[in-house]
Write a protein that binds this ligand. Structure first.
Ligand code: SAM
Length: 280
């Protein structure tokens, strides 16, 4: 037993506390695991969600971010998921890097956008050279950051990755979004897979859960996977003040509704887009 302890404990400590990845380019060095909750859901996400936000997102991104970047500017897609946005930005000529915590999501990203560099790292702890003209994080990815303290850690990591004057844009689900669009169940049923989703929003805790049970047909067998993904409803005022304290300026927040598009950020907006610049 003591022999086993000698070899296993140091390895576990190193593995859990200090994740060195990608040589000198990018590493995590924190007392937390890399977020990987999407791993069992990656196939389903790639199939049904990966492309779904792009038609809505691209004109907004063009207006808020791309129109202000140099041609071939460098963009970091933080929490890039299955890489469909990264692919689109690559096609437009930008130099794109994608970061995500889920290795399975990144496997699809590498297939979807073969020319893009993808790195597995956590948004709360990644480090990259400060070279990006813009960092974007879309489709409510940062709602998965469950505390304001950790959101501030993300903002600080983003700031370090940006060039002076670089742009940071991200969107978050709002309270109205959770109250009106999150609650309820739905089902996807196709010949070779079925997905049952139970969406619940707890307005007291401001926590939303996406609880999915899926079945996929493999060699005449139906294989079951269960996943629960959690999100936190961050108040826009707290987000703005966290951005300011992390060293961002020119902070703007816009509202968005699926029917009417961009609008002012009031209590009825279903989603919020935040735009800011790194303060020199
Ligand atoms: C809703 S998906 C959005 C994916 C992609 N941005 C898109 O538009 O399709 C959220 C993504 O954020 C990633 N993610 C959530 N928290 C993360 C964290 N702390 N570090 C790295 N990735 C994270 C998940 O693995 C997942 O791929």
């Amino acid at each position: 037993m003591s022999h086993i302890h000698c070899h296993i404990i140091p390895y576990q400590v190193r593995d859990r506390r200090t994740e060195w990845k990608f040589g000198a380019l990018c590493y995590n060095r924190v007392n937390m695991d890399i977020y990987s909750d999407y791993d069992p859901f990656a196939w389903m996400y790639n199939r049904h969600w990966g492309n779904s936000f792009l038609p809505t997102l691209m004109p907004i991104l063009e207006n808020l971010v791309l129109s202000k970047l140099p041609r071939e500017g460098r963009i970091l897609d933080l929490c890039c998921g299955t890489g469909q946005l990264a692919r689109q930005l690559d096609i437009l000529g930008y130099k794109v890097t994608g970061i995500d915590g889920s290795g399975e999501m990144l496997n699809y990203a590498r297939q979807n956008a073969p020319a893009v560099k993808f790195l597995q790292a956590d948004a709360r702890s990644f480090r990259l050279p400060s070279k990006y003209h813009a960092v974007v994080s879309v489709f409510d990815s940062l709602n998965h950051i469950m505390t304001l303290k950790e959101l501030k850690m993300v903002f600080s990591r983003v700031r370090d990755a940006l060039r002076d004057d670089g742009i940071f844009m991200f969107d978050l689900n709002t309270e109205a979004g959770y109250l009106h669009e999150w609650d309820g169940d739905f089902t996807i049923a196709e010949d070779d897979h079925v997905c049952l989703v139970r969406n619940i929003y707890d307005s007291t805790k401001r926590i939303a859960t996406f609880d999915a049970t899926s079945f996929r047909l493999h060699d005449d067998n139906w294989c079951r996977t269960d996943v629960i993904l959690s999100q936190k409803c961050h108040a826009p005022a707290s987000v703005k003040s966290a951005l300011k304290s992390a060293g961002f300026s020119d902070i703007e927040a816009y509202g968005f509704n699926w029917e009417s598009g961009m609008r002012i950020l009031d209590a009825n907006a279903r989603r919020a887009f935040f735009l800011c610049r790194k303060t020199e």
